[in-house]
Ligand binder design. Structure first.
Ligand SMILES: *Cc1c(COP(=O)(O)O)cnc(C)c1O
Length: 403
């Protein structure tokens, strides 16, 4: 006999470490931009596994590539070459205009590797060149170094002592960054578009000026595109929107369409400071994960695919701005680029952000609230206008009841 949803929830609650505030939904399967509960209820998914399921659920070419690779070899260790890994690395190098790619298993691990390679490079110039500057309200992961890089004290509390050498500046404040930098700055690490912190895109020429400051001080620019990369901004790499190139870029979330993976890509000059033995991973970039990544890397960078993201992202943004105009007391701002969009709540609502998210779910739409007050829309990149309308109708009805 099949377990009921309630039995699954009860079992999980007794065994799984409860670090997530979960919604009362047990997912069975997905199809395109929809997911279905074990009870057969249908939901439109505008969270996409937190910006992961870029090709939607049950995307046949991805499912088939995973099955084909699983039947050949799932894992073999990085002591040997595999075709999927060589292909994926070559594609990332070509797309980024950088020189060397390394695969990890998650975003945090990709950033951890980026921090390590930056430190090793700077050490080769000056052992005191170790300062890493990141932004307030950033999010870079949950390992000790990446949670330290994360400029939000709430993630640090109770885990001290933290790794040394990290300083923080407000995002989009070029003067604060300039004051913080010196020739002891090893790297500036930023999200190209801040995600978790509340969906903040960079202002006008901010990233250009960051690039200039890095060049002036011989510091590396690390861009964390774990959330904003993989086509989400309308370009494959979000930095392509801003006319700059980082020294190191990190990817994860959408890179293999849902199979765990992370990557950092760097220039040869930086990469060559890591010698055999300086870094490594058992699972990272195994043939199964890379076979999945190759499907994403053959699909998302296509001009037609990216044009679709631009068009549908503009449509979703337009519809959100309409909601803002309809509920000016509830929504103060709509911001973002492509399909990483946020609608900031005023705080005057009868309901909190997470209550609004729960109400949307009860009406069949999965969205998210981040930073306590920003409704975040990071759906699969394959959504169509009708899907946008479906979600907007739900959010509209929920906001109407939140007045
Ligand atoms: C999600 C995220 C991470 C962490 O990725 P994990 O796979 O959860 O370790 C790091 N940086 C950004 C910008 C993210 O959105």
């Amino acid at each position: 006999m099949n377990e009921t949803a309630q039995q699954i929830v009860d079992k999980d609650r007794q065994a799984y470490l409860p670090v997530f505030n979960r919604y009362n939904l047990v997912v069975e399967r997905g199809e395109g931009p929809y997911v279905f509960s074990v009870d057969g209820e249908k939901y439109i998914d505008f969270l996409g596994g937190i910006a992961v399921n870029v090709l939607g659920h049950n995307y046949k070419p991805l499912v088939e590539a995973i099955a084909r690779q699983a039947a050949k070899v799932i894992h073999i260790s990085n002591l040997y070459y595999t075709r999927p890994q060589a292909d994926a690395a070559a594609k990332l190098v070509k797309l980024s205009g950088l020189d060397r790619a390394f695969f990890a298993n998650s975003g945090a691990e990709a950033n951890e590797g980026a921090i390590k390679i930056a430190r090793k490079y700077a050490h080769s110039i000056d052992p005191d060149k170790s300062q890493i500057i990141t932004a307030l309200d950033s999010f870079h992961g949950r390992t000790l170094a990446t949670l330290t890089a994360t400029g939000q004290p709430k993630y640090h509390k109770g885990f001290e002592p933290l790794p040394a050498g990290f300083d923080y500046v407000p995002y989009n404040d070029i003067d604060a960054l300039e004051r913080m930098m010196s020739d002891k700055t090893c790297a500036v690490m930023l999200e190209t578009i801040q995600g978790e912190g509340g969906v903040y895109p960079p202002k006008d020429d901010y990233l250009k000026r960051v690039r200039e400051l890095c060049d002036r001080h011989g510091a590396l620019l690390i861009l964390d595109e774990i959330q904003a990369g993989i086509g989400r901004s309308g370009k494959f790499f979000a930095y392509e929107n801003y006319g700059i190139k980082p020294d190191i870029v990190t990817l994860a979330k959408g890179l293999a369409g849902g199979v765990p993976i992370g990557a950092f890509i760097s220039t040869e000059e930086v990469a060559k400071t890591l010698k055999p033995g300086d870094h490594g991973t058992t699972f990272g970039g195994n043939p199964l994960a890379c076979a999945a990544a190759n499907v994403v890397l053959d699909t998302v960078p296509e001009p037609k695919f990216l044009a679709h993201v631009v068009e549908i992202g503009a449509y979703l943004k337009r519809r959100l701005i309409e909601l803002q105009k309809k509920y000016p007391a509830l929504i103060t701002e709509v911001r973002g680029k492509g399909l990483i969009l946020g609608a900031e709540l005023s705080g005057a609502n009868k309901k909190t952000g997470s209550e609004i998210v729960a109400d949307c779910m009860n009406r069949g739409a999965i969205i998210n609230c981040t930073a306590g007050k920003v409704l975040r829309f990071i759906p699969p990149l394959i959504i169509e206008k009708a899907h946008v309308d479906e979600v907007i109708d739900v959010v509209d009805a929920v906001l109407e009841q939140s007045l």
